[in-house]
Design a protein around this ligand. Structure first.
Ligand code: AMP
Ligand code: MN
Ligand code: MN
Ligand code: MN
Length: 273
């Protein structure tokens, strides 16, 4: 059984439409899929209208949040798509993303980059706007040669485009997910590049605030990372999630359903549904 509980459609920063994403998942043998777009559930509205192949879809979202001075991502799984709290939360995040985009653009302008907001908006279209849309603009205008270089020079942690203050506190995001009857999952804990002590602090705070699971597997990762996260998960009595964090076929290092199994010691999050 292949369960992929983290991926993106073009409703946020993914490349594929929701129905193409689902079809690709089926082709890769995925049985259960959660589409977890950044701060939006628009993919699910689009899928309601589409003719879908046989697959189990778990309603999901990936919220941006703040913990201390860091930005963290919290996935909500098995959420009620009709929740009024969720709808209000998504409106708040869309407004935060718009404000943040304006600020990113102003900061890039000081570094000589022109028309960043207009450019990013044109790449985003109807999707929630994010740094990958700025990266696309930087590539299109030849400021950089690749999105990776855009992040390295302008958008990544500590660079001009790294704007975090618009995100809500992690605690509030966990509350949103739980009031939408969902399961709050700490996304890709190894990507925050924290020491063991700090990662344990983050995990303890997440759990104390109502978080229920962590992503023990996020895409293709080393055995050392899997061991570290599995231990964190079982020591803290949390459930384990897994997903590819697939964004599109142009990122060949990440593919739907392609990642190692959850370690036996971990209780999978799907025990809850
Ligand atoms: P945002 O949602 O605006 O904070 O943008 C974060 C997104 O940017 C992540 O979800 C990734 O899809 C993408 N991203 C982050 N780091 C990189 C990188 N180094 N290269 C390419 N894309 C990245
Ligand atoms: Mn993304
Ligand atoms: Mn993420
Ligand atoms: Mn993601």
């Amino acid at each position: 059984m292949i369960v992929d509980l983290h991926c993106h459609s073009n409703a946020s920063d993914g490349a594929l439409s929701p129905d193409l994403l689902v079809r690709r998942a089926v082709e890769r043998g995925v049985d259960t899929l959660a589409i977890t777009d950044h701060d939006t559930i628009d993919a699910y509205a689009k899928l309601r209208a589409a003719e879908l192949p046989a697959i189990r879809l778990i309603p999901g979202i990936e919220f941006s949040a703040r913990w201390r001075q860091m930005s963290v991502h919290i996935v909500g799984l098995d959420i009620d798509l009709d929740s009024a709290t969720l709808a209000a939360a998504i409106r708040q995040q869309k407004a935060a993303r718009r404000k943040r985009a304006a600020e990113i653009s102003a900061r890039l302008a000081k570094r000589g980059i022109e028309d960043a907001l207009e450019g990013a908006l044109s790449f985003a279209g109807e999707a929630t706007i994010g740094r990958p849309h700025f990266a696309a603009h930087l590539v299109a205008r030849s400021y950089v040669r690749s999105p990776a270089e855009a992040f390295r020079k302008y958008l990544g942690a500590g660079k001009a485009g790294d704007v975090k203050q618009h995100w809500p506190e992690m605690r509030d995001v966990i509350d949103w997910i739980r009031s939408a009857d969902g399961i709050a999952v700490l996304a890709h804990p190894a990507k925050y590049k924290l020491t063991n002590v700090r990662l344990a602090e983050l995990t303890d705070a997440f759990r104390a605030e109502g978080g229920q699971a962590i992503e023990v597997i996020s895409g293709q990762q080393s055995i050392d990372v899997t061991r570290r996260l599995a231990k964190l998960c079982t020591d803290r009595g949390l459930l384990a999630s897994c997903g590819s964090d697939f964004h599109g076929p142009e990122q060949p290092w990440s593919e739907l359903g392609r990642f190692g199994p959850l370690p036996d010691a971990c209780r999978p999050v799907w025990e809850l549904w």
